[in-house]
Ligand binder design. Sequence first.
Ligand SMILES: [Zn+2]
Length: 154
Amino acid sequence: MTDTDDRPRFVADSMLGSLARWLRMLGYDTTYGKHLDDDEIARLASTENRHILTRDKELANRPGATYVEHDDLDSQLRLVCGDHGLLFDEEAIRCSACNGDLADVAKDEVSEQVPEGALESNDKFWRCEACGKIYWRGSHWLGILERFKKLNLA
Ligand SMILES: [Zn+2]
């Protein structure tokens, strides 16, 4: 894990769940929740120093907010990563499900929790310190990495 204090952080509105998950996988702290209303998003932006990402024109008027007009994920990623100079940082990957920090975890600690195939073909595993989800670099991850490369983010 790297020190993430000086990296841009985000709060995404309820329309931008996919974008939020992909920003987390790129390594950027992104708060997102269907329960967040405009006031809560604005509060998080100011108290936690987060950039607002929104499809709501009114919310986009707030200082430092980005209006995300695109429907498709590639265009959304191009916009936000271009605006903020974001690049994939393997050391900073966050839990795509909950935005928690990932910590290295020993293979024998996860043997009960991951499929046998994943155990056989991987030596490195990570666990989300917030929700406990286990991660490894399987074929799914290679697809994600391909997308980062296609977008010139990796
Ligand atoms: Zn998590």
